[in-house]
Design a binder for this molecule. Structure first.
Ligand code: NAG
Ligand code: NAG
Ligand code: NAG
Length: 568
């Protein structure tokens, strides 16, 4: 009996040891594989941080923009663990699968794809303990070589140093305008709470918001790795608020807040609980704007690799101290009152929901808000507003042209500016963003006038996104279905985000966790997060259907790049 027991014991010990050794071999194999993949060198990780919560202090400006910028900021790299090297190689393996799964048309690839997907799962399990967001942002698809930028590809420039020296550039936009010979912008007015401004041509004298403005280019609003952008969000979340006034125009209440370094932000208040769903009987154009939608839209746009929404951050503000006591806006200050339960409320003056029946209320004085960084003033950087070809009718009875004609896109494709350049696929990018967050309110979009038709589209005003999670809104995806055009880089990133190792809902959760308001409550409820994966699948299916029925679906914006970089 005893011997039998010992025998059984040693038998199971053997079994455990075998399993252990098998597991170790597997890990070793995976590790070797990753080490052997020396060809998959990731482009210089140009960022000091892909995380918003660590503002760098690296000064950079015009001088450091093109190539020196990456080297400059990489010296300020955050202490990322040494594992990261292996880990990015792992990420590159997964990319292999993305590239492979790209050749959908090729039947033979299918089995291969299946196997590779399995392997991808294995690899992703291996890395699941690490940050998926970091993995995503270190992926080559998120580090495509930047287009070479010429003088005219920057939105703003500083005045040339010697006015007489270079050719006349008087008509160029300038930011630090009120300058003497030495281009200094000085203010001595400290008494009103503003910093003493002493800005020279040198970027390290500029406040973060100015560096962010100077970094705006023809193809993106900001560089994800630019430490100024993280600094802008961090400052909006923490700086003292000096003034609060209503923003005129627009249908719902918004405030413009000013900070000591002359930066400003657009405030949208919390109006409803996070898990509240938009009333199904309400038309999309009368839906509340949501502060958390503005924040989440910024993160989603960044996670999709677009960088076309101005940085937005959440903040808790004290209505008494940070609005009521400091506002010089009489129209606003007349609207404050105390609710029956003793909360401080206000409603301002505007078209919708600015009434005592729809107040914005603190608890009792504390209010959740979103703060969006401002774009350069319109006098410096005028913008052009474009009516979306797929605009809704904004009527309770009429249908829009695209709802009546399935071939509507054929007309659009012939119409400037959609007949040239990247405008149509830019619009499709926007449609993808809007479908994911269920934003039905994109009647217009804007571009910077300076760049003409060849430029990115600003994805402004996302307060009506994330209204419903129980249903998806198929009509938002109509432009994609009707046009069957998509950027290759966008499609590949979407595929990447559908892999378990980079699951969209997971990277979004992680990205949002960097926002200060996450300490109050998750910015997107679990339901809103998980629909992202479902909607992503719907988009990929729509593209798949396009590929089955049309040639010329893919706009190959990766042409000319070293494709091997993205394959291995
Ligand atoms: C502004 O800064 C420059 C150097 O950055 C310094 O020489 C100058 O004295 C400063 N001016 C004022 C008014 O602080
Ligand atoms: C809000 O500000 C008022 C006035 O400064 C102050 O009395 C109150 O304690 C503040 N409330 C909170 C929660 O900080
Ligand atoms: C830009 O688009 C407009 C259509 O809004 C068109 O009239 C114009 O010719 C385009 N410009 C160029 C340079 O293609």
């Amino acid at each position: 009996m005893a011997r039998q027991g010992v025998g059984r014991l040693s038998h199971s010990v053997c079994l455990v040891l075998t399993c252990l050794s098998l597991a170790l071999h597997l890990i070793l194999a995976l590790f070797c594989l990753s080490v052997l993949q020396t060809s998959c060198v990731i482009p210089p990780p140009s960022s000091c941080s892909s995380s918003l919560s660590f503002p760098g202090t690296v000064p950079h400006g015009k001088q450091g923009r093109s190539h020196s910028l990456s080297s400059q900021s990489s010296s300020h790299k955050l202490p990322v663990s040494r594992m990261n090297g292996d880990f990015t190689k792992m990420a590159a393996h997964i990319d292999h699968n993305v590239e492979a799964s790209f050749n959908i048309v090729n039947e033979k690839e299918k089995d291969k794809k299946l196997i590779q997907t399995k392997m991808a799962t294995k690899v992703s399990q291996w890395i699941s303990s690490r940050s998926k967001l970091e993995a995503l942002f270190s992926h080559p698809l998120y580090n495509l070589p930047r287009k070479h930028l010429l003088e005219d590809d920057w939105l703003l420039k500083l005045k040339p140093k010697n006015k007489g020296g270079d050719s006349e550039e008087e008509d160029e936009e300038e930011d630090s305008d009120k300058s003497s010979e030495d281009s200094e912008w000085q203010s001595d007015s400290e008494e009103d709470g503003y910093d003493r401004a002493n800005w020279t041509r040198s970027a390290d004298t500029h406040p973060a918001w100015l560096r962010y403005h100077l970094g705006i280019s023809r193809w993106e609003l900001y560089d994800r790795n630019d430490p100024s952008v993280a600094e802008v969000t961090q400052q909006m979340a923490t700086q003292r608020i000096l003034s609060a006034v209503q923003k005129s125009g627009g249908t719902q209440l918004k405030l413009i807040m000013s900070f000591p370094n002359y930066g400003q932000a657009l405030l949208k208040p919390m109006r409803q609980e996070r898990d509240a769903e938009t009333d199904f009987n309400l038309f999309y154009f009368s839906d509340f704007e949501r502060h958390n939608a503005e924040i989440a839209a910024f993160h989603l746009d960044r996670v999709l690799g677009f960088c076309r929404i101005p940085p937005v951050v959440g903040r808790l503000i004290n209505i008494t101290r940070e609005i009521r006591a400091i506002t010089t806006d009489h129209k606003l200050s007349r609207t404050f009152f105390t609710s029956p339960v003793g909360n401080l409320c206000f409603h301002g003056q505007c078209e919708y929901y600015c009434s005592t029946e729809n107040p914005v209320c603190g608890r009792p004085q504390v209010l959740e808000v979103s703060l969006a960084s401002m774009l350069p003033d319109l006098s410096l950087a005028p913008r052009r507003s474009w009516r979306s070809p797929w605009r809704r009718s904004y009527s309770r009875t009429k249908l829009a042209p695209w709802e009546k004609n399935p071939d509507y896109c054929d007309t659009v494709k012939q119409t400037p500016p959609y007949n040239q350049g990247t405008r149509l696929v830019d619009l499709i990018d926007m449609v993808i963003l809007d479908f994911l967050m269920s934003n039905m309110d994109r009647h217009h979009y804007e571009t910077f006038e300076k760049f003409g038709n060849d430029t990115f589209l600003l994805h402004l005003d996302n307060g009506r996104a994330f209204g419903r999670h129980s249903v998806d809104e198929p009509s938002i995806l109509v432009p994609l279905r009707q046009c069957c055009r998509i950027r290759r880089s966008t499609l590949m990133r979407l595929r990447l985000l559908s892999l378990p190792g980079f699951r969209l809902s997971d990277v979004m959760r992680e990205s949002l966790s960097q926002d200060p308001l996450e300490s109050v409550a998750p910015l997107l409820s679990v339901q809103h997060l998980s629909v992202l994966d479902r909607r992503l699948k719907t988009i990929l299916k729509a593209v798949h259907t396009c590929l089955e029925h049309h040639d010329d679906v893919i706009h190959d914006d990766l042409q000319g790049y070293d494709v091997n970089l993205y394959r291995h």
